[in-house]
Design a binder for this molecule. Structure first.
Ligand code: 1GP
Length: 252
């Protein structure tokens, strides 16, 4: 089964899917394999892999460690066009539809498409929407575009619908890694009421309650990154997975 179908299947069975973002720059290779196994045992549905900057981390060899440690889908979440590898299962083919920077709407995609074809990994077209948080996040800065104001759910909904009409398979509401505040519930709901394409929500989610709130407002996939880069929080991964899987658990 293709990774996209696998994720849709998880959403329909469990109510929503829970993915953990692995940024090879923020987690050492020795910890990576252990962490990934722990996530798998704790009910996580898959991994996003990548980072906005790759100054120190070793993309290929870290990816190898992840793939060796898990049978769950490993999907590249590319910070740039140098983050493409045949070792992954799929790649989010992201277009920053919240912005008006042609490089991030289509430019880099032209450079990347043939490389992705050669690797044989599955591209999953995703309308990526950066939403203003209280700080300027790396993703916002690197995209060279203005994020959607967090108090304007109607702009988010109209942008998302345009993304749906353009044929994106996922819509990704991104507050940015390490955002102070996650995407507002009203915005998740506005997008979910307006669109039929599955919605990914990420950035600034630091509690299982927040994760569940996003799902109850219409998120189909929840992504967390930063929070579990601190080993002391690992014991809470199960709670996050349970909170996201609204069809099969009542605990939060
Ligand atoms: C994925 O960028 C997020 O969408 C991850 O954000 O690191 O804040 O959880 P955090």
């Amino acid at each position: 089964m293709k990774i996209y179908e696998q994720l849709l299947n998880t959403i329909s069975v469990k109510g929503a899917a829970y993915l953990i973002l692995l940024d090879p720059e923020n987690i050492s290779k020795d910890k990576l394999g252990v962490f990934v196994k722990f996530c798998e045992q704790s009910g996580v549905d898959g991994f996003l892999f990548g980072g906005s900057l790759m100054l120190n981390g070793d993309f290929e060899s870290s990816l190898e460690v992840v793939k060796a440690a898990t049978k769950l889908p490993v999907i590249i979440f590319p910070g740039d066009i140098n983050q493409i590898s045949p070792k992954a299962d799929a790649i989010l083919f992201l277009s920053v539809i919240s912005g008006r920077n042609p490089e991030h709407l289509i430019g880099k995609h032209v450079m990347a498409s043939s490389v992705i074809k050669k690797t044989g990994i599955e591209p999953i077209s995703t309308g990526y929407m950066l939403i203003e948080s209280e700080v300027t996040t790396t993703a916002q800065y690197m995209s060279g575009s203005l994020p959607i104001p967090r108090t304007k759910p109607e702009i988010a909904a109209a942008t998302a619908l345009a993304g749906e009409y353009l044929g994106f398979k996922f819509l990704y509401l991104e507050a940015g890694s390490g955002a102070k505040e996650p995407i507002p519930n009203e915005m998740v709901k506005a997008v979910s009421d307006y669109c039929t394409v599955p919605i990914i929500v990420g950035g600034g989610i630091k509690s299982s309650q927040t994760a569940r709130e996003k799902v109850l407002n219409g998120a189909n996939i929840i992504v967390t990154g930063n929070f579990f880069e601190d080993e002391q929080n690992w014991g809470l991964i199960k709670d996050f997975a349970n909170a996201v899987h609204v069809n099969i658990s009542v605990e939060v």
